[in-house]
Design a protein. Structure first.
Length: 425
């Protein structure tokens, strides 16, 4: 597979896009059928995933092209409703090709499970006892990690510390568990829930929570890319760095900066069946881990004066279990992305987050963010006004040229088009 077959992909109608994708041979017919189905999720499958099912809620599925990750070409499935995101990520990836694309690394898949003990009759004695019996506590918990231990995972360490809370002093136990290619929630929750009663006996207190943490600072993906200053244009690299610097100094801007990163991250996470809410929570918590809310990316110029972008995020993702294997579209999208491990998936997600952030910074520091957004928005308004077929493009173009996008204007333009009197203003 090369990138040539995807050149000008956006210009083709949907049937042709599907034909091109099918011709790559990356997916079997049943997987293509799942991707191209109206909802892509059989109701009987949906009924096993959540309660009180009445249907399925489709969102647009697109593919970001031009990505090279650690020397390999990648087709990136993205699910979201916001215009410009897929195009922006694809364009950023294309510009990064000049310097070899994206480079990514990741740590082991360590997740954290917590048990908080409250109502301790003798707090100091309980803390001392728990710390002296760390080995025994890990032995108590280890059998509950047997499922992941079969794949080389398991409990790696235990941290015990006092915790001051508005409800009084408690003791917090953190189990650090290597969950390998799983997201880890079921594994972690099983470990802490089933080991808690024995730990209560040792400490003499009561467990107030026994659950996974969605902040995963030991499960990190890092990615970087370089964009040629000459390709970007005069002064653009400096403007992007300045745009990043504002986010580093102002939490109000930083919230939007990181939201733009999550546009890319969430879109891939949803497409591949991940718990995108867990990823969102973890990334934003990680951004504030130092005591102040900061950008998840960083930009600077290298010795050649070219722009370097970097991202570092926690990535609690999996390629086994959960919706990954239940949802037919998620399985097909995961295969399309061509990742073999959870770590590779996390690395790819980090690359897309960086690409999307670069594209957003480049847009807002130059032409503004609305130009790309308004193209698709105008088409939606045109449809709402009753346009069909070629009328949609004509109505949207005229609204954009008039800088007046709204249903009322679209309706007026549509009437003029049908009379043959429509003109640009």
């Amino acid at each position: 597979m090369g990138h040539n077959e995807f050149s000008g992909y956006y210009k083709h109608p949907i049937p042709k896009r599907r034909e091109i994708l099918a011709a790559t041979g990356m997916l079997e017919q049943k997987e293509l059928d799942a991707l191209f189905a109206q909802a892509g999720l059989p109701l009987e499958t949906a009924d096993r995933m959540i309660e009180n099912v009445i249907g399925a809620f489709p969102l647009p599925l697109g593919i970001a092209t031009n990505f090279i990750i650690n020397g390999k070409e990648a087709i990136v499935p993205m699910v979201l409703e916001e215009p410009s995101v897929v195009a922006a990520a694809s364009n950023a990836a294309k510009m990064a090709q000049e310097c070899g694309g994206f480079r990514a690394t990741s740590t082991e898949s360590i997740m954290i499970g917590e048990i908080a003990l409250a109502r301790l009759p003798d707090f100091d004695k309980a803390l001392e006892t728990l710390n002296s019996k760390k080995k025994k506590i890990m032995e108590i918990a280890s059998p509950y990690a047997a499922g992941i231990a079969k794949y080389g995972g398991g409990i790696r360490s235990l941290e015990i510390s006092p915790l001051e809370t508005p409800a009084g002093k408690m003791i917090l136990l953190k189990f650090y568990v290597d969950v390998k290619d799983a997201m880890g929630a079921n594994t972690i929750n099983t470990i802490v829930e089933l080991s808690a009663p024995e730990i209560e006996k040792i400490a003499g207190g009561e467990a107030r929570l026994r659950i996974i943490s969605n902040l995963a600072p030991k499960r990190i993906a890092r990615a970087s890319a370089t964009w040629k200053a000459k390709t970007l244009g005069a002064g653009i690299a400096d403007k992007i760095i300045e745009g990043w610097a504002i986010a580093a100094a102002d939490p109000y801007r930083c919230a939007t900066h990181n939201k733009g990163i999550m546009n890319g991250i969430d879109a891939v996470a949803i497409a591949t069946g991940q718990d995108f809410r867990a990823i969102e929570a973890g990334c934003h918590a990680y951004a504030a881990l130092g005591g102040a809310y900061k950008p998840l990316t960083r930009y600077y110029k290298d010795a050649n004066g070219d722009l370097v972008g970097e991202i570092e995020i926690p990535v609690p993702v999996g390629i086994v279990g959960g919706a990954v294997r239940t949802h037919p579209m998620a399985g097909a999208c995961l295969k399309l992305l061509n990742v073999k491990t959870a770590r590779e998936l996390g690395e790819a997600i980090a690359c897309v987050g960086l690409a999307q952030n670069f594209a957003a910074l480049r847009a807002i520091t130059t032409e503004g963010i609305q130009k790309g957004h308004m193209k698709l928005h105008a088409k939606n308004i045109a449809v709402n006004a009753g346009a069909a077929g070629e009328e949609i493009e004509k109505v949207s173009e005229l609204m954009i040229s008039q800088n007046k996008i709204g249903v009322e204007n679209a309706t007026a333009i549509l009437k003029e088009i049908r009379k043959g009197t429509a003109k640009k203003k």
